[in-house]
Design a protein around this ligand. Sequence first.
Ligand code: CP
Length: 316
Amino acid sequence: MKNFLSVDDISNINELVQKALAFKTDPLSDKGQGSGKRIGLLFLNPSMRTRLSTQIAASNLGMESIVFNVGQDGWSLEFDDEAIMSGTTVEHVKEAAPILGKYFDVLGVRTFPGLKDREADYSEFFIKQFVKYSGIPIISLESATLHPLQSLTDIITITETFQEKRRPKIVLTWAPHVKALPQCVANSFAQWVNAWGEADFVITHPEGYELDKKFTGNAAISYDQDYALKEADFVYVKNWSSYTNYGTVLSTDTRWMLNNEKLATTNNAKVMHCLPVRRNVELSGEILDGANSIVTQQAGNRVWAAQAVLSEILNG
Ligand code: CP
């Protein structure tokens, strides 16, 4: 694998899932693979799970990792090719990225969308600048529109949890939130479930929250959450801001928050969320504290997803 920016960088999802699950069983089985190698983890935005799980994954492979919080630990970066840098940015990515390429063997990068200019965000300009100028493999730690390490984790978690000899029904449901959040997790989850092709997939959200068709593909879309949840085996809860009315909060309707009454209409569904989650806003405390929540199992699997991807990157 050359870079890990989306599901398009994967040739066989199930093979990668099995590799991750093998690492879960025996974390240090390839301890020598990353010996003498170093990964830089660049964060332009905050993180807990992605940062720590990737560091643990690197350590399990014998690889050194160094975290760099851009803008806090170092100079604020400029990305505009034509910039006259008389403002707040101090260093251009054209200088910074090739230097990082000399310090590291692999670079993980987290950027978020501005949620103001859809075309700019969906061009994935920031992470592509690192691909263009660093000269080393880039792993997305979440970009403007996608979160592939999270989505791989999600497929791993579904695979290890669902043991029946039939296709699971997976429902991705929009949930209310007080802030405008990116579409990354929802876009990426839809893209991966579609590429995986081993589930019946339904997306439910209020009108106006349609995601980009290029990610949702042929998934069934419903504005009726009660209808969508019926007989679900997995419910993936996530807020996102509007894609069509870009970056805006169109609804804070609390009736969309999953609770035990709604869960009772499912096939005893397992409930997933990428975290962090706002309790009793985006997802009810009774669900998070209940037996059907697998959010901590899911977050734990971030290590094995990162380890499998890092191992593939090291294999070239
Ligand atoms: N799910 C996720 O990416 O969590 P962090 O933002 O804490 O990394």
